[in-house]
Each structure stands twice: as C-alpha cells, then as structure tokens.
Design a protein around this ligand. Structure first.
Ligand SMILES: Cc1cc2nc3c(=O)[nH]c(=O)nc-3n(C[C@H](O)[C@H](O)[C@H](O)COP(=O)(O)OP(=O)(O)OC[C@H]3O[C@@H](n4cnc5c(N)ncnc54)[C@H](O)[C@@H]3O)c2cc1C
Length: 402
C-alpha cells in the first residue's frame, strides 16, 4: 500500500505547516516542546486573566478562522471548512504533530454537527456563528452518576411548563463546564417510554442560569478538568429543544462526516516514543544505562505497536475516503490507541527508574510520570475499553451478545 500524499494533498499539507510555523503562538510552541500542554488549553486560556494566555487563545483562533479551519468538518455553507475526510486527516495529523491545542471545544465537535443535522433554521442562525467566532463555548451534559456506558438509562428530568422546560437532576464528568458559557444535555422527557425513546436533546444558553450549580471534580493529576453539574428547577425556553421531543437519543448520536481515524492518538504515541528515545540518547538521568535487555525489548515492542496504530488510522481514513462508514474499525483504533498510550507511558517511567517517582522538578523523568497519570482516563472516556471490545466482538466479529 502506498500512503504517500498526492500532489494536491502535499500542497494542502504544506499550507497547514506554513500556518503552524507562522501563526502558532510561542506559548503553545513552548508548551508542546516541554510536554506541558494541558488538555483544553485553548478553552482555559480563553477565560484567563493572564494577558499572554488570552492573547495566545485569540491569535490561534484567528489564524485558524482565516482559513476556515475552526470547524473543518462542517459544510462551508455553515462557515465550516467543508473538507473531505482525507484533508481533515492531514490537518489533524499536522496539528497533532505540532502539539497545537484544539480550538472550539464541544461546540465545534458535537453541538455544531448536531444542529446542522437536526436544528431548525433559526437555531442554526442563532447558535452556529458564535461557536465559530469563539464567543460561546459549550459543555457536554450526557453522563450521570448512574449512567455512563449505559447512557440511555439517564434520569435528569425535563418537564414542560408552558413555554419552558423545567430541569431537575445531575450530570457528572462534565469537561470544562467551569470555563464553558453554555451547555447541551440529554434529558428524560418521558419516563414511561422505553429508555431510548423518552430522551430529548436540549440547549441551556447560559450555564449560570439560576438553579445550576457547577462543582469542581479534581482529577488524579490535581487538575480541575471536569465537574459535577446540578439542576434544581432550572427553566429554559421550550424552543431550545433540538429535533423532535423524545427523539433526543438519535439526535445526540449525530457525528456528521468527520474523520474517525484517531490520527491524533497515533501521532501522540509516536511523539512520546520519539521524546523517550531522544532522552535515552542524551542519557538523561541515567536513562541509557537502564535500557538493557528486557527494557530495550519493551521499547522495541512499543515501536512496533506505534507503527501498527498508524496502520489502523490509515485503514480507517482509506475507508472513509472510499465512502465507507467505519464502525467497529473506529472502536479498534480507539481501543488500541488508548491502551498503547498507557503501555508507552508505563515503559517511559521504567526507563527513568527511581527518578520517575518525582512529580515535579526532576525533568524529564517527572514529565513522563505526569503523562503516565494523565493517560489513566484514556481507556474510560469516549467509551471504555470493555465497551469497545463488546462492539468489536458483536458488530465486527458477529459473536453473540452478553
Ligand atoms: C476525562 C473524561 C472526560 C469526560 N468528559 C465528559 C463530558 O464532557 N461529558 C459527559 O457527558 N461525559 C464525560 N465523561 C464521562 C464518560 O463518557 C464516562 O466516564 C464513560 O462513558 C464511562 O461511564 P462511567 O464512568 O459511568 O462508567 P460505567 O459505565 O459505570 O463503567 C464502569 C465499569 O464497568 C464496565 N462496563 C460498563 N458496562 C459494561 C458492559 N456492557 N460490558 C462490559 N463492561 C462494562 C466499564 O467498562 C467500566 O470498567 C468523561 C470521562 C472522562 C474520563
């Protein structure tokens, strides 16, 4: 198989690289270089009181917006890039290689595509431009304390009262709700219907609406990344329903035609490995003396797996380019990438021996240690490894359920 770019693809890749070289703010270049880029760095910076952080968020957004690359997968009539899967793949690959932070958050990734498919013309006109202009960021309110993998069992209630819905219940693991301006959510509107058929998709325009409490959850890294969100008699306009009442399950599962190769995961793994090999080459903190026998073989294994992951990504993007819809193949890439990134992070800590006990200072060992901890949720978010294995077994291999 020849994976080389065609001439057009080469040109496009060149354009992306030029933009990154010329416009990626120094703050993000430095964070990427030192491995200190937090997740959702752009969303944090956008709300920062630090002039440098705020400026970086604005400049990087402006650079992408000029190319219409804030939402590359949205159709151009809605202000998106209208890019095909292969161009999206190249763009995502180059952005991931540079370590640039993603822009736009869940509004770009999830709400926008949902509105484009299911929203009314008024909703599209009202909500899409502020997402693209970075005026409003959105949090995703799906998971609840008792409903994660089995999301359709969610119980947050929305009851119609005149021209409004009244919301009561709780969401959890809501990423960036503390920096978001607004929130979309799946809520139960018919408790008597079969579980998938009593759910609706609603938008809460202002996350500070009376009755909403956003409570921080501090993760294992000590970072405030996600939250619990409580609803107590929260009133939202009934016109904020997206799609039909009680059809929210199907509305909430919209993906639009975006590339599903998880190339960013493959790039991240290769980057980690390259950085590790570089540090071994420098004999940082005695690394190269430790890399003998089994540990040397372990690193070779990680290299083979990293290359395998790239092949998964290429396979998926070639399917999408051929007009096919990856299903269990995307689960395979997600599962393999997340577990590989965890294995790789563990291998890296072994390379640094006792130095890996350091949480801060003591770089580079501590950088790899922090990455090891940061990788813990990779096999939970976006569908756990067990759920992905179920998908591969049943949809991919035709094995019986249960
Ligand atoms: C970093 C991070 C960010 C997140 N951000 C958001 C967000 O912004 N918005 C949002 O709504 N949610 C978010 N989530 C929540 C995420 O979607 C859920 O954590 C995930 O779907 C798993 O659900 P759960 O945590 O309730 O675990 P559970 O579903 O309770 O699973 C517990 C364990 O049981 C296993 N299990 C469950 N069902 C099966 C089965 N059928 N077969 C075999 N094993 C099974 C699971 O694999 C897991 O090991 C985030 C999670 C993380 C880690």
């Amino acid at each position: 198989m020849d994976w080389r770019d065609t001439e057009d693809q080469q040109r496009f890749r060149g354009d992306v690289r030029t933009l990154i070289t010329e416009r990626l703010p120094e703050r993000y270049v430095e964070m990427a270089r030192s491995g200190s880029m937090p997740e959702r760095a752009w969303e944090n910076d956008r709300k920062s009181h630090d002039a440098d952080a705020l400026g970086a968020a604005r400049d990087w957004h402006a650079a992408l917006a000029e190319q219409r690359w804030v939402a590359p997968h949205w159709p151009s009539e809605y202000g998106g890039g209208g890019l095909g899967p292969m161009e999206q793949f190249i763009l995502n690959q180059e952005l991931a290689e540079s370590g640039a932070p993603a822009v736009g958050g869940s509004g770009v990734q999830m709400l926008g595509p949902t509105l484009i498919m299911h929203g009314s013309e008024e909703q599209k006109a009202q909500y899409l431009p502020p997402i693209l202009d970075a005026e409003v960021t959105w949090a995703q309110g799906y998971s609840e304390p008792g409903s994660g993998s089995d999301l359709a069992s969610l119980t947050t209630r929305a009851v119609r009262d005149g021209d409004e819905f009244v919301l009561n219940g709780q969401k959890i693991w809501t990423s960036a709700a503390h920096t978001a301006d607004a929130m979309f959510a799946l809520v139960r509107t018919d408790p008597d219907a079969p579980k998938h058929r009593g759910i609706s998709f609603v938008m809460i325009d202002d996350i500070h609406t009376p009755g909403i409490t956003v409570r921080p959850l501090i993760n294992i890294n000590g970072d405030h990344y996600f939250n619990e969100v409580f609803f107590e008699d929260v009133r939202i306009p009934a016109r904020n329903l997206v799609g039909e009442l009680n059809r929210g399950w199907y509305v909430g599962m919209t993906l639009l035609d975006f590339e599903r190769s998880n190339i960013a995961g493959a790039v991240a793994a290769r980057r980690q490995l390259r950085q590790l090999i570089e540090q071994i080459g420098n004999n940082a903190q005695g690394a190269s003396e430790r890399v003998r026998g089994p540990l040397r073989n372990e690193i070779a294994e990680r290299w083979i797996e990293t290359e395998t992951l790239f092949q998964f990504s290429f396979r998926i993007i070639s399917m999408q380019t051929a007009g096919l819809v990856p299903n269990y193949e995307a689960s395979t890439a997600k599962l393999f990438a997340s577990e590989l990134n965890q294995r790789l992070a563990l291998t890296a800590t072994r390379v640094f021996g006792l130095h890996a006990n350091h949480w801060s200072g003591a770089a580079p060992a501590s950088t790899f240690t922090r990455n090891y901890i940061a990788m813990v949720p990779a096999t939970i978010r976006g569908g756990t490894s067990e759920v992905q294995r179920n998908v591969i077994a049943t949809r991919g291999l035709g094995l019986p359920r249960g």
